[in-house]
Structures are given as C-alpha cells and as structure tokens.
Write a protein that binds this ligand. Structure first.
Ligand code: ZN
Length: 354
C-alpha cells in the first residue's frame, strides 16, 4: 500500500473505484471540442440558426435551456457525426475518458436508426464492425471492455424498430449484446415494439428499455409487461406508484438512474425529493450513470458523488457493486469484475484511513 500524506477525498476515491457503465450513449459522449470541429467541417450549425455554420466556442456548444434546444443540439451532433471514422474517433475519446475514471466494463448504447436518418449512405454494419475492432484493441492494452446495445429509438416507429432489431441480431459477432428503447416515450408506447423485442430476445439479444423518464409509472409497467425489459433506463417516475416500486424491489429489476441527466432535462426538480434516494431506500436495485455525459456536463464519477451525497459512501459502493450484477457480462467475467472491485475497494478504504 502506498503511504499518503493526506486523507483521500471522496471524489478521488470514487474516481479510482473500478466501475461498470450500463447507461451511456456513445453519441452523447462526444467531447465539446470534437463536436465543434466536426460541425465546422460539415457546415452544421450548432446554435439555433438553421442557416449554415456559425462559430460557437466549445464551452458553449452544449448549452441548452429547454427540451426543444436540447433536441436541436442532439440533431446537430447527429448531423456532425458523418462517417465511420467519426464514430471510431468518439469511441476512442470515450475510452480514454472511461479509463481515467476507472471504468472496467461498459455496455454502450448506439443509435443506428438515428445515424442513418441523418446519413443515409453510412454503412451501419461496417461502422459497428469497425467500432468493435477498435474496442477489442483498446481492451487488449487497457483492460477496458466495451460492448454495444443498439437503441431502437421509439420515434421511428415499429417497422424501423424491427429492422434495427434484425440488424442488431446480425451484429452479435461484432460486440452487439442487446437492444434498447430510447426516444419519445410519451408518444410511442412500449406496445408498438412488442414484435421487435420478441424477435431480438429469440435471436439471443438482451433487452432493456428507457421508461419512466418522460412518461410516468405506467410506461415502466409497459416496458416490463410488454417488452420484458431486463433493466429499465431511468425508471425514476416509478416513484409515482408505490405498488410499482414494491414490485420492482421484489422482482429485483435494476434501474439505470441518471441523476444529472434528470436534473438537466427537468424530469426531477433540483430542490425536490430525489428519486434515487427514495428508490434505494425502498429496496429497489439502482445503478447510477451519466446518460449523455458531454451534453449534460457530467461524468460517471460525478454520478457516484451524487449518490454518495444522497445516501452515503457505503450505499455508493453498494450501487457500484449492483451495476456489476445488473450487467450482461458472463458469470465468469462478472467474477473477475467483482474480484477487481473488491480488491480496489479494500485498498482505497485502507488508504483513505491512513
Ligand atoms: Zn439514455
């Protein structure tokens, strides 16, 4: 053990804690400087003018004041990510950041139907295959393991969702392990995607769904009952229904809670009761994650700090352990992740006491 001359701060302890990421969208990790550079190259406007590129400093490029502006930023980002090399670049930049935060395993969302909506000619299969090649190379030298979950994106409807599920099924040899369901939760309910989820499940893919973010508790019920989602993205609005909270706790359905995202999009009020605390205390399995970290100005360590602030260090460590358990890693891989986590935990806590 290294002797230290100062007590380790909690942010430092949580940064060094080995972590698992289960709710992070690759596109939303694009650093501000990369976004500005790619937007400038493609002549994409990054402010609220649709009339060609206007110069916006990286510090301001992700500023948004309401949902409409957020969606504009997301569309501008999607327009700027134009070809395979751009996606490989943001994967490499994500990995560098994840390694700095001691992420050891990540299940990253990719949104191929959004990619092809903005860039019809982009070869999705080739792009994901290239991403997986890079992911394997990065794992080889860093130990960070990355796998992909293809988001079906509610807004494109059920036919496109099935096409994306079929695409995902054919990409399992290229690191795709599951499907997800982000997008407009209020207007495109789970029932539209029953067939796509059944297809994916039969093909051997794991199934997760965003729910209980823009819509209420019923949407979480629908994701469980109609889609058989194994984890719920966000899920925080389950707290509107005590019976559902009890059911989630009893069935041990993990919720991927993204506290900063929820505050930035207004799903949760800053001065209101924080659902993370209420859900954890009700015995629901919760994980924390950063969602679109570059857009929301956060990182995985910040989300653990939020959990520590709300619930204390012991709970934050328990949440980190829950993420290993809730992951789709094989039993053998999970055993390795637990070993790394427990060893580092013991070392960090001992070092903090010296
Ligand atoms: Zn998300």
């Amino acid at each position: 053990m290294r002797p230290s001359l100062y007590a380790m701060t909690t942010p430092e302890l949580l940064r060094r804690l080995p972590k698992v990421q289960l709710h992070c969208h690759l596109e939303g990790t694009t650093p501000a400087s990369t976004f500005v550079e790619l937007a400038r190259r493609s002549g994409v406007s990054t402010d609220y003018q649709e009339t060609g590129f206007r110069d916006v400093a990286p510090a301001d490029v992700y500023r948004f004041a309401n949902m409409g502006e957020f969606l504009f930023k997301f569309a501008a980002l999607s327009r700027s990510l134009r070809d395979t090399a751009d996606y490989v670049r943001i994967l490499e930049e994500y990995a560098q950041d994840a390694i700095a935060h001691n992420v050891m395993y990540a299940e990253l969302f990719l949104s191929p139907s959004v990619w092809s909506f903005f860039h019809r000619d982009l070869d999705i299969r080739a792009t994901i295959a290239r991403l997986y090649d890079r992911a394997e190379a990065i794992e080889g030298h860093s130990g960070l393991r990355m796998r992909f979950i293809c988001d079906l994106t509610r807004n494109f409807g059920s036919v496109r969702a099935m096409e994306t599920a079929q695409l995902a099924a054919g990409l399992q040899e290229h690191g795709v392990i599951g499907i997800g369901l982000g997008g407009d939760e209020a207007n495109f309910p789970a029932q539209l995607f029953v067939d796509a989820f059944a297809y994916a499940r039969d093909a051997g893919l794991r199934c997760v769904a965003h729910a209980g973010e823009a819509a209420g508790a019923q949407s979480v019920r629908d994701a469980l009952n109609h889609l058989h989602a194994e984890r719920i993205g966000h899920g925080v609005r389950a707290i509107e229904d005590a019976q559902l909270v009890a059911e989630l706790a009893a069935r041990k359905v993990p919720l991927e809670v993204c506290p900063t995202s929820n505050l930035r999009t207004g799903v949760v009020a800053r001065d209101g009761e924080q659902p993370l605390r209420k859900l954890y205390e009700a015995g629901v399995v919760v994980c924390v994650d950063s969602d679109d970290p570059a857009i929301f100005g956060t990182d995985i360590t910040q989300e653990y700090l939020f959990a520590e602030n709300q619930l204390g260090l012991e709970a934050a460590l328990q949440i980190a352990r829950s993420a290993i358990d809730a992951s789709f890693a094989s039993d053998g891989l999970k055993a390795g992740l637990y070993r790394r986590f427990d060893a580092a935990c013991a070392e960090l806590l001992a070092e903090r006491r010296t």
